[in-house]
Design a protein around this ligand. Structure first.
Ligand code: NAD
Length: 359
């Protein structure tokens, strides 16, 4: 079986889907073809790939193409029928991309659609990348604040610790909490899923009760709040937000625009010098004033809307993603041959452009 690793073409994307370290773990009979320069922006030189046993060449002729972003129109034109593509295919939002892959006759395995069952945990690329995003968000908050995060007792007097609020405490939010705590901030957090309170408290943060409780789906995700619940949440948060120096927002509902948690009025009520880091910027933002891809100043409050945070730490983001990919590839290869086992709930669940299979 041949696995192809293209160079990512989306502007600003520095990650790569497979790193040299992983190549030796793919087992007998798996050949890897890497596009020259594919790992360069993540810190992995071509020579590191060839040292690990890969060859440099055209990755698009491979049985399985592993990518970060969904293939562009030009990339899809290079695919042939029956090939497998594993990537963040955004099946719930990128209709054009999915239609293109379907027309090409490719089996698209979406990283987002891998069922969140115990056996699939090593393949969970949403979680590995959210870990990077949450960590980076806490660092950005610390960096943009014009003050210390930890309490400091110095000869010049005592500095109180910064107060940090994390909204949405899934994988990214919990990592942001842990990182902000390690930096010495006093952290509070809120999530609509009731199970989260204990996880927040186990990290040494305080659960902020805004009087709204949502529901959890079978897959462990939050259900979208009703319009009334949303209003109650915004009002509850608006009252509390001015008491914080930094707000890190990570709330998301799969396939839906990011819920608006921080209103324009709440931003205006914050002290000058406060910071909002909106990890949900890519799906519209949790703050009404976030401008995706931009960092803005609203009356002295910095709102960071940088998108694709995992790409800003491309070495480890790629390394984790690569390990996820290796686990997925392990499901697709038997005795060195590509085998698509549609009875496997992970393969079947991940496949979003499954070509009709003859009975
Ligand atoms: P996500 O990125 O979809 O959402 C981030 C968080 O936003 C979630 O915790 C969600 O509850 C929260 N949220 C949604 N609407 C909100 C609102 N209006 N206000 C406040 N918060 C809101 O979720 P995720 O981080 O990918 O994971 C969600 C859950 O899935 C977590 O409990 C995680 O532990 C679990 N999970 C399970 C597995 C597994 O079993 N294999 C793997 C990964 C994650």
């Amino acid at each position: 079986m041949r696995v192809g690793v293209p160079k990512e073409v989306v502007a600003g994307e520095r990650r790569v889907a497979l790193v040299p370290e992983t190549i030796g773990r793919l087992g007998e009979g798996v050949e890897v073809v890497v596009e020259p320069g594919a790992g360069e922006r993540a810190g992995f030189a071509d020579a590191a790939y060839t040292d690990a046993g890969a060859t440099l060449g055209d990755p698009w002729a491979s049985d399985v193409v592993v990518k970060v972003a969904s293939p562009s129109a030009a990339e899809t034109a290079r695919l042939h029928e029956g090939q497998v593509v594993v990537a963040f295919l955004a099946p719930l939002v990128d209709r054009d991309g999915i239609e293109r892959l379907t027309a090409a006759g490719a089996h698209g395995l979406a990283l987002e659609s891998i069922p969140r069952i115990t056996r699939a945990q090593p393949m969970d690329a949403l979680s590995s990348q959210a870990t990077v995003a949450g960590y980076k968000a806490a660092l950005l908050a610390a960096d943009r604040l014009p003050r210390f995060l930890p309490m400091l007792m110095t000869a010049a007097g005592t500095i109180p610790p910064a107060k940090v609020l994390v909204l949405g405490a899934g994988v990214a939010g919990l990592q942001a909490i842990a990182t902000a705590r390690r930096l010495g901030g006093v952290v509070s957090a809120f999530d609509v899923r009731p199970a989260v309170r204990e996880q927040v408290e186990s990290l040494g943060a305080t659960f902020l009760d805004v009087g709204v409780q949502g529901e959890e789906t079978e897959g462990g995700y939050a259900r979208e709040l009703t319009a009334e619940q949303q209003q109650a949440q915004q009002a509850g948060l608006q009252e509390r937000i001015p008491g914080f120096d930094a707000v890190i927002t990570t709330a998301a509902i799969p396939g839906r625009p990011a819920p608006k948690l921080v209103t324009a009025a709440a931003v205006r009520a914050m002290r000058a010098g406060s910071v909002i880091v909106d990890v949900a910027a890519e799906t519209g933002g949790n703050c009404e004033l976030t401008q995706p891809g931009e960092e803005i100043d609203v009356g002295g409050v910095t709102i960071v809307g940088i998108t694709n945070l995992p790409s800003t730490m491309p070495t480890h983001a790629s390394q984790l993603l690569s390990r996820n990919m290796a686990s997925i590839l392990g499901l697709l290869v038997r005795d060195g041959e590509l085998v698509l086992d549609w009875d496997d709930e992970i393969v079947a669940g991940a496949c979003v452009t499954r070509k009709a299979v003859a009975a």
